[in-house]
Design a protein around this ligand. Structure first.
Ligand code: PGA
Length: 248
């Protein structure tokens, strides 16, 4: 059966880019029409206001779990909504590692985004050591379960999940299409055990060293609904080619 899920390709600039890159993205994407693929760009906070295009949505790379107040350096969901963010990455492995974000904090951030009608892109993934131990599916389940416990399974109808094996991020070591599909299928089945309709509608993105050369094979797997792209999203033409690879 053909999947009814619209592919989504998201670019995560991380702490890269500038106003010039924002302008180039607008030009490159403004000149090509890509139908039947949702496109998202997540620049650093200062460039959110510089990015505006009918060709792609914009999103943030993080948000605070708090609504407002004395939280120096933090940005709230209402602020993101006000500058036109439709999505927000939550629980990226770099934030889990560099900023000590626990599964509990990640769940609170998902809740804050949902309350403000911003679509959370919940990132999950195992480290190399966990992959080698063989326990990687358990690790993914635990990351999902904290969020399910707080917001409830039906909220996944308003979410996106990104599977990003930590060992494949920025390393050039992409998971093979079969390795990625195994985990994507597991995620869908895990959620289907609670609500099969929500699980069937959920978009699950793959992230980790995706480039134009390997995107098509990854995106053609039955449970892979697009990608979360780091390094390759900084080159407008390469990112455009990855978006084109998501067209069925
Ligand atoms: P990468 O990063 O494409 O550079 O591996 C992916 C990500 O961290 O989202």
């Amino acid at each position: 059966m053909q999947s009814q899920r619209m592919p989504l390709v998201a670019g995560n600039w991380k702490m890269n880019g500038d106003v010039e890159l924002a302008e180039k993205m607008q030009q490159t994407f403004g000149a090509t029409s890509i139908e039947n693929v949702d496109i998202l760009i997540c620049p650093p906070f200062p460039y959110l206001s510089s990015l505006s295009s009918d060709s792609f949505a914009k999103g943030a790379q993080n948000l605070s779990q708090f609504a407002k107040g004395a939280h120096t350096g933090e940005v709230s969901a209402t602020m993101l909504a006000e500058v036109g963010c439709q999505y927000v990455l939550i629980g990226h492995s770099e934030r889990r590692q560099d900023n000590g974000e626990s599964d509990d904090v990640v769940a609170l951030k998902v809740q804050a985004a949902l309350e403000n009608k911003i679509i959370p892109v919940l990132c999950v993934g195992e480290t190399e050591a966990i992959r080698e131990s063989g326990d990687f599916l358990k690790c993914i389940a635990a990351q999902l379960d904290k969020v399910i416990a707080l917001v409830g399974i039906t909220q996944f109808a308003h979410m996106v999940v990104a599977y990003e094996p930590v060992w494949a991020i920025g390393t050039g070591k992409t998971a093979s299409p079969e390795q990625a599909q195994e985990v994507h299928k597991f995620i869908r089945q895990h959620l289907a055990g609670l609500n099969s309709e929500v699980a069937q509608g959920l978009r699950i993105l793959y992230g980790g060293s995706v480039k134009a050369a390997n995107a098509k094979e990854l995106f053609s797997q039955p449970d892979i609904d697009g990608g979360l792209i780091g390094g390759a999203s900084l080159d407008p033409q390469e990112f455009l080619n990855i978006c084109l690879a998501a067209k069925s």
